[in-house]
Design a protein around this ligand. Structure first.
Ligand code: SF4
Length: 322
């Protein structure tokens, strides 16, 4: 029987602030899972700490609300242990690009076949709006006593140099476009990253929904309002690497577009490269039956519920005084 969108929703009370962009992202994830008809027991959603950390509570699949900045190790370990699962990791920009920045970079080197989404609102919303790593230098949101003294991280460029093989940006109030990005990220063979611009109406009073809509951004000649958000695909941009000879050109255009901010902000797929082996493919090159017998399918106890691991032998092997 076909799964309905409502099957992917839980009845857990949601206490995000009214108007929070997180609602759009949550809807887009549920719509993408429903579109792809992913069985509830075949998906696992992991989160870090922050407002976005509550996401797995609202999705009726497996899910774990993990530790601050540590969502990627949990999610990657699960995918490696059980390659049959569709694994999504979510977290805020503070969680993923502050305390979790080391894991972000290391993950790019591995190319585990899963999706990581950052809910990017440029502030630490759960702890009253301190400056997060994507807040631009000199910006003073209403929760800051002084303008931000740090420069900002560019998540798209960082993902590129770290080695992510699918890099996209979405906008939380364009739910259908974001849903399509999530679907393409899940279908991508390798590690996919989506930077989702997400207004935080409670603490970020600068990058608001109205600001992204460009209500203050008028064309001096026509007097018309110009939305800041535009779609890469509407400009003929193509981020897909079709053959190795075009990699340098594709990399350069990602850097150029990722630096656009202010009056023009691109969303869409910046980069897609399926020519890099996934971590599972690298494992299979060393352990040929890995996919048939991954850790999640191995027995850890016998029929009498006795552990099959022989800890005494292991300890003997590790003794240094023998
Ligand atoms: Fe959303 Fe900001 Fe409220 Fe957190 S503090 S729930 S990010 S509006």
């Amino acid at each position: 029987m076909a799964l309905k969108l409502s099957d992917y929703k839980t009845d857990v009370h949601n206490d995000w602030c009214p108007g929070c962009g997180d609602f759009g992202i949550l809807n887009a994830i549920q719509m993408a899972l429903s579109d792809m008809q992913i069985p509830l027991h075949k998906a696992a959603i992991f989160s870090g700490i922050g407002c976005s950390g509550k996401t797995p509570h609202f999705i009726h699949t497996y899910g774990i609300h993990t530790l601050h900045g540590r969502v990627l190790p949990f999610a990657q370990g699960t995918k490696l242990s059980n390659p049959d699962l569709e694994v999504l990791a979510v977290g805020g920009d503070g969680d993923g690009l502050g305390i979790g920045a080391g894991h972000f970079v290391s993950s790019g080197r591995r190319n585990v076949d899963m999706v990581y989404m950052i809910f990017n609102n440029a502030v630490y919303g759960l702890t009253k709006g301190q400056a997060a790593p994507t807040l631009k230098l000199g910006m003073k949101t209403k929760s800051l006593p002084q303008p931000n003294v740090n420069n900002s991280v560019n998540p798209i460029a960082l993902a590129l140099v770290a080695g992510f093989t699918f890099i996209a940006r979405g906008y939380s109030y364009d739910v259908r476009h974001l849903k399509d990005l999530i679907r393409k990220a899940v279908e991508h063979k390798g590690l996919a990253f989506i930077d989702v611009l997400q207004p935080c109406p409670t603490y970020n009073d600068i990058n608001t929904k109205e600001w992204f809509q460009g209500l203050d951004n008028t064309n001096p000649e026509s007097g018309k309002q110009m939305p800041r958000i535009y779609k890469l695909e509407d400009t003929g941009y193509d981020g897909t690497v079709n053959e190795s000879g075009e990699i340098d050109t594709k990399l350069a255009q990602v850097i150029a577009r990722s630096n656009e901010w202010g009056n023009k902000i691109p969303i869409g797929i910046f980069y897609r490269n399926e020519h890099i082996p996934t971590y599972h493919e690298r494992l299979v090159a060393r352990i040929p039956n890995y996919m048939e017998n991954p850790p999640s399918k191995q027995h850890i106890s016998d029929t009498n519920n006795k552990p099959t691991a022989n800890i005494n032998k292991l300890l003997d092997d590790l003794r240094v005084d023998k």
